[in-house]
Design a protein. Structure first.
Length: 232
């Protein structure tokens, strides 16, 4: 038995060593592990909610993100020195509003860049395109479904985007939005106690009444009893 300070002897009385291939294997394994580890970049901390829209993987993506990644939304984000803008492959007025506008309305639930920017800006620009109202009116049930989902989202930015999009739709469609107003106001009424949105919601309700006429007021009052009419 070897005493303290003595090297352990292998067969033939020679000092035993760790096999060379074992050491190489361990080093190789460590190298592979390092190579597979994602190197974080400073931008990861600055933009924690930014993703690569051109990634080939759709795992874990929302429905809108997956459609956008596959080219289902015919526009792209154009980076500017001051502000971003959308570049359309085809002018919005020449696009089929079903399914493009419907897809954009569903994308209003997005909170991750660039999907949130594409959905919100794309929705706005399609409503502003020539002849939009004739194309939007038949799609109101589908579009309002997406709007309500955004209005009911717990994310404050998503709710704000949904409210702004609903105002835009009201300005375009006027009283045609009245049949859908009740469903849209259900999630809006739940935010009335939030001081952050109180003024914005009041402005939205006034817009709905002004655009919707007398028929809109009872609908608004049924969901927001404290609302005061703008017509005195």
């Amino acid at each position: 038995m070897a005493t303290s300070g003595q090297k352990r002897l292998g067969s033939g009385g020679l000092p035993s060593r760790t096999p060379l291939f074992s050491a190489n294997k361990a080093a190789s394994s460590k190298s592979e592990s390092s190579a597979n580890t994602r190197v974080s970049k400073p931008s990861d901390k600055l933009n924690p909610k930014t993703v690569d829209p051109f990634s080939s993987s759709t795992k874990g993506q929302s429905a809108f993100a997956a459609v956008y990644t596959k080219g289902g939304v015919p526009c792209r984000l154009q980076h500017g020195s001051v502000k971003h803008k959308l570049g359309w492959d085809t002018p919005p007025e020449q696009l089929p509003f079903d399914p493009v506008l419907v897809t954009l309305s569903e994308g209003l639930q997005e909170s991750i860049h660039p999907y949130s920017f594409v959905a919100r800006t794309g929705f706005k620009e399609m409503l502003e395109s020539n002849g939009a109202i004739e194309k939007v009116l038949p799609l109101l049930p589908k579009v309002c479904y997406g709007l309500r989902a955004a209005l009911g989202n717990k994310n404050s930015d998503v709710f704000a985007a949904g409210l702004e999009a609903t105002i835009q739709l009201s300005n375009l469609t006027g009283p045609h939005l009245n049949p859908h107003l009740k469903n849209l106001l259900v999630p809006v009424s739940k935010r009335m106690m939030d001081k952050k949105f109180r003024d914005k919601i009041t402005t939205a309700l006034q817009t709905f009444e002004q655009n919707g006429g007398k028929e809109a007021l009872p609908v608004i009052k049924s969901k927001v009893p404290t609302y005061t009419t703008i017509f005195m």
